[in-house]
Ligand binder design. Structure first.
Ligand code: PBG
Length: 316
């Protein structure tokens, strides 16, 4: 076996998995204001960006050849009914318009969820302390249509309500957006690894947790059911999240379904690696590339990653 490992040229020739900048989607957080670039302490190198700063960040990402961005919003105010999520002048809608104006060809994906917009921090309507499924679908459908209207190229629901892909597809079609694809966070686990994100997006639930809608980390077959249902409902692409602790799920999804498959290397995966890198325990460049290669090898076509820019520079 060692004959084919003897030189860099030989290793490249027999390499089975490749990484390309176009495989990467960069997650970005946008907030109201102008000239705002507020560091997120738990995610070194990441910021809450006002739309003008977001455009600057994306100009660089576009120049580097990164596949696209996914936007998360931090609204001015939150309420019980997540009105900031579906307002036509909501923060993601404003940022999307600014981005598409500045960089019409750059791919903009928008995260559709309510937790950043509700005062209680849950992903749906809460009645008597419980997240209601069907009433929440209406919010998600309205949000998706308003994102599409603002120019979003892809709609990415991450709420984990049942039936949301079907509801969003129907609403998009009725509003004249039958060409807008849905990227479903189909297998999304109730994971500790979203911790840093919740600081970044200010979306920590004020009571309870998300285990009544996100998946139990112990389950694999259930992930395949979730994915199957989302495809039936019209998902154009599917996603597994988190990525590195769930490589087996990515592999099973790849083997079972033909639909394009993404994986989300989430905030906790990023921050964990960054902490080790800052302590000098892991080599930065190799940690970035090995973690992304592992996710691609498991079967992901594209990766949502906070390392998108760093990885692209390393590949150049
Ligand atoms: C929900 C959402 C979350 C993430 C993406 N969309 C947080 C959650 O479900 O609590 C997490 C992403 C990350 O950790 O990087 N809007």
């Amino acid at each position: 076996m060692r004959r084919l490992r003897a030189s860099d040229a030989l290793r490249k020739l027999v390499r089975e998995t490749s990484l390309e900048p176009t495989d990467f989607i960069l997650p970005l957080f946008t907030c109201p204001g102008e000239g705002v670039r507020r560091p997120i302490s738990s995610m070194p190198g990441n910021y809450q960006l006002s739309p003008d700063e977001l455009v600057k960040e994306c100009e660089e990402a576009y120049r580097l050849g990164i596949g696209g961005v996914i936007l998360f919003g931090i609204p001015e105010t939150k309420d019980e009914i997540a009105s900031g999520a579906y307002a036509d002048d909501g923060i993601v809608q404003q940022a999307t318009r600014a981005l598409k104006r500045a960089l019409p060809k750059f791919l903009v994906m928008t995260d559709v969820c309510n937790c950043e917009y509700t005062s209680h921090g849950h992903c749906g309507l809460v009645v008597d302390g419980e997240v209601q499924n069907d009433p929440t679908l209406e919010w998600l459908a309205k949000t998706s249509v308003s994102h599409a209207r603002a120019g979003a190229d892809l709609i990415a629901p991450s709420d984990m309500m049942d039936g949301r892909v079907g509801a969003i597809r129907k609403a998009l079609d009725a509003a004249g957006f039958s060409n807008t694809p849905i990227v479903s966070y189909a297998a999304k686990y109730a994971s500790v690894f979203y911790g840093p994100f919740r600081e970044a997006a200010e979306s920590t639930p004020q009571f309870g947790d998300r285990r009544s809608y996100q998946m139990d980390p112990a389950n694999a077959r259930e992930a395949l059911r979730e994915i199957e249902l989302d495809i039936q409902e019209g998902a154009d692409m599917i996603m597994v999240k988190p990525a590195m602790p769930y490589l087996d799920i990515i592999r099973q999804a790849r083997d079972r379904f033909r639909t394009p498959l993404g994986a989300y290397q989430v905030s906790g995966e990023f921050s964990m690696l960054m902490a080790a890198i800052h302590n000098g325990w892991l080599d930065r460049d190799r940690a970035i590339l090995e973690s992304l290669t592992a996710i691609r090898r498991a079967g992901a076509d594209f990766i949502l990653t906070y390392f998108a820019k760093d990885a692209t520079r390393l590949l150049a």
